[in-house]
Design a binder for this molecule. Structure first.
Ligand code: ZN
Ligand code: ZN
Length: 163
């Protein structure tokens, strides 16, 4: 029987557990076996504000190569998983949008911080040569501009008065 999220009772995969545990406040979960509740919560798993600020400065809202308009709130990904004892510190973390956070966990991209910049090495299923790719620095402004273009324009106040 797979592990379940206590809040949802939905079966989730081991990869999903690792991704969710990567950067969130509390993850009370029930593992299979004798059904003992196992609280894997630990305060330091969540990146403290000053680390998030430094990550945003270095990586923007997503450092994944080529990402340029990520929606939503970015996740502070642990390069060496917090579950494996990876520290919550700048050299072990990279800012990723939700989509690319799922991607690096599901496809097992290798990430290293070299000279203060993250480098992404794709799995052989993505690139047989496994050539490392330099990380980018996506800005949310581009995403905001995209959304603003799709919003209805507010009525001109002069027109509103005339009616
Ligand atoms: Zn992660
Ligand atoms: Zn991204």
């Amino acid at each position: 029987m797979p592990g379940t999220l206590a809040a949802t009772d939905q079966p989730i995969t081991a990869e999903n557990i690792r991704r969710i545990a990567c950067d969130c406040e509390v993850l009370p979960m029930v593992l299979d076996g004798d059904g003992l509740p196992l609280d894997v919560g630990r305060t330091k798993r969540t990146a403290p504000t000053h680390i998030r600020a430094a990550l945003l400065q270095r990586d923007g809202v997503c450092a994944f190569p080529g990402c340029d308009r990520p929606p939503g709130t970015p996740d502070a990904h642990h390069i060496v998983s917090w579950l494996d004892g990876g520290p919550t510190e700048l050299s072990n973390m990279v800012m990723l949008c939700g989509h690319h956070h799922r991607t690096v966990h599901a496809q097992r991209w290798e990430i290293a911080v070299r000279d203060g910049r993250p480098t992404f090495t794709p799995p052989s299923t993505v690139d047989l040569s496994r050539t490392p790719r330099p990380g980018g620095r996506a800005t949310p402004a581009q995403h905001r501009a995209l959304i603003e273009r799709q919003l209805p324009r507010p009525r001109d106040p002069v027109d509103a008065l005339a009616n």
